[in-house]
Design a protein around this ligand. Structure first.
Ligand code: FAD
Length: 385
């Protein structure tokens, strides 16, 4: 499809431009510059539905949706060049989609066009110290006082912590941690500069603005509640379902770069009088990297098509996320091996890719959680349910 091809080219252009510009900037400066680059290019418009000021969907998906194929088309080439460009693009969508999906129209109108333009930075607050894969353990509480909610608790591993202007955030409005979360959790829009909100940044293996968000009686007007009281888990899982395939696409972008780096190195580096690629052990590696990567790309295509058709596509999405992210780690690791000592020199391209790709097997549902989703669906089908 021409539209998707144009988005891939846009991603490559921004990636090529951004890669040298971002190198050497400190994390916050790099994050802000990366967001400026992706928003000036028009890419962030694809993170918000057309209905709320995003890009015209051109039939890729319904006008009140974010196109999964568009996100994948943009993320793979951005990741090829820079993890920071990739994360700053996707967080605009991940951090705002819950609002687009279930927020009150006046709030959507006020916030979402500015997210699409990159004027407001978005964050997504699910994870807590005791609630990771199991969101039923969320203990951050929201209590209603008149027309306002008061939120108290702590979130961790929140991308864009400290730089987000708005967070969509999951809190408990009834029940107790461990109750599974159905009917007892609610999503809210929380402003980054709200009284009582503080953040603490920490570092992960890849350049990625991330940290804790602490909420001490943060007040939110009821109109900034997202969706029904008790409907938060469904909204949060729907958001993950829309964006999870694009994590797989980003993984493929990292892996594609690693394969290209390996091809260049093994074709030119001579040992024992021949280029490394002439040794069958390494040549077979290249063939396997290529084949597995192509399989991952086709799984992403299948899942993204299904999501854009409006299907839940639990199995397709789980397969794509599981295989592409695990495979990308393997491909990047082989690339490090092909570079020998140079592969572990801090800051070399393949060393950076090896670190960049690791977190993708963990966030937005770990590999094990994808296996749970997929195996449950397979077993239920086999049992005729
Ligand atoms: C770079 C990065 C960015 C992130 N950004 C965000 C963000 O913006 N917003 C946000 O809310 N969160 C974010 N996260 C958090 C992320 O979603 C969680 O780390 C993830 O859901 C896993 O939770 P956990 O770390 O608590 O691990 P745990 O849930 O404690 O899991 C630990 C291990 O146990 C396994 N495990 C858990 N349950 C099962 C089971 N039932 N069966 C088999 N194995 C199981 C897991 O697969 C994992 O291997 C981010 C994380 C990272 C690393």
């Amino acid at each position: 499809m021409k539209r998707l091809e144009a988005l891939r080219e846009l991603g490559l252009r921004v990636g090529k431009l951004g890669e040298p510009v971002l190198a050497g900037l400190d994390e916050t400066a790099a994050a802000r510059k990366a967001l400026a680059l992706v928003s000036e290019s028009g890419a962030t418009a694809w993170t918000v539905p057309e209905r709320w000021g995003g890009a015209a969907s051109d039939g890729l998906c319904a006008p009140d949706e974010v196109s999964c194929r568009a996100m994948c088309a943009l993320r793979a080439p951005l990741a090829y060049h820079s993890a920071m460009l990739d994360v700053m693009l996707v967080m605009q969508g991940l951090g705002s989609y819950s609002l687009a999906r279930a927020g009150q129209p006046a709030v959507c109108e006020r916030v979402l066009p500015r997210v699409a333009a990159g004027e407001l930075v978005a964050g997504f607050g699910l994870t807590e110290p005791e609630a990771g894969s199991d969101l039923g353990m969320v203990s951050t509480r929201a209590e209603k006082h008149g027309t306002r909610w008061r939120i108290r608790g702590a979130k961790t591993f929140i991308s864009n912590a400290g730089i987000a202007d708005v967070y969509t955030l999951l809190a408990r409005t009834s029940g107790e941690p461990g109750d599974g979360g159905k009917g007892s959790l609610t999503m809210f829009l929380v402003r980054g500069d709200a009284k009582g909100l503080s953040t603490r940044r920490f570092e992960v293996t890849s350049p990625h603005p991330i940290g804790d968000v602490v909420l001490e009686d943060v007040e939110v007007p009821d109109e900034e509640r997202i969706g029904a009281v008790g409907g938060g888990l469904e909204v949060a899982l729907g958001t993950l379902g829309r964006f999870r395939t694009s994590v797989a696409a980003a993984a493929n972008g990292f892996a594609r770069r690693a394969l290209d780096e390996s091809l260049a190195r093994t074709s030119t580096r001579q040992q024992f009088g021949k280029p490394l690629s002439a040794f069958q052990g390494l040549a077979f590696d290249l063939a396997e990297m290529d084949t597995r990567l192509r399989a991952a790309e086709l799984l992403v295509e299948e899942a993204a098509n299904a999501v854009d058709r409006g299907e839940r596509a639990l199995e397709e999405v789980a397969r794509a996320k599981l295989f592409a992210t695990e495979n990308a780690s393997w491909v990047c690791d082989r690339a490090v091996q092909h570079f020998g000592g140079l592969g572990v020199v801090r800051g070399s391209v393949v060393e950076q890719l090896w670190r960049d790709v690791r977190a993708l097997r963990i966030y937005e549902g770990t590999s094990e959680i994808q296996k749970l989703i997929l195996s449950r669906a397979l077993v239920a089908r086999a049992a005729g349910k």
